[in-house]
Design a protein around this ligand. Structure first.
Ligand SMILES: [Zn+2]
Length: 148
């Protein structure tokens, strides 16, 4: 069970810091990003799935502003809730999964990077209602709590 509270470190065993929380005034101030967390570990640290699920998007974000806001992005449909976890800003050419792949909590998705609308290497992690037409994270973000 995973659902609305994530207990699994998205960096496996590597320590990380939270640099922006839900409601953060820097960029987490609109409906798409309101409930997101921005996390930092060393550049190119592997990022792992926090829940069991199925990859529904593993490519450059086609919809963010101004041009692919979340950059290289992976979206995983959570098998316990059918909501979608969005992981943004992977390093270029580092995504390690493809749409349709089943993943388990701990499966490596790619490497932390700085692609899209990002000023420094970090991970943007947010929860969304899955959009059947899937344009990735095009839906509003949903509340959840990261438990470090
Ligand atoms: Zn963010």
């Amino acid at each position: 069970m995973c659902g609305g509270a994530v207990h699994v470190n998205p960096y496996g065993d590597v320590d990380y810091r939270i640099i922006q929380r839900p409601g953060g005034t820097y960029t987490h101030n609109n409906e798409w990003n309101e409930f997101a967390y921005d996390l930092v570990a060393p550049h190119r640290t592997p990022i792992v799935a926090t829940c069991d699920g199925v990859v529904v998007w593993a490519d450059f974000d086609p919809v963010g502003e101004p041009n692919g806001g979340w950059g290289e992005m992976v979206v995983v449909r959570d098998s316990s809730t059918s909501q979608c976890w969005l992981y943004g800003h992977f390093d270029t050419n580092s995504i390690a999964v493809a749409a349709g792949d089943p993943v388990e909590a701990g499966t490596v998705l790619g490497l932390q990077g700085n692609t899209g609308n990002s000023l420094r290497t970090h991970l943007h992690l947010s929860l969304h209602e899955c959009n059947p037409s899937y344009v990735a994270g095009a839906g509003f973000s949903a509340p959840w709590t990261l438990q470090q």
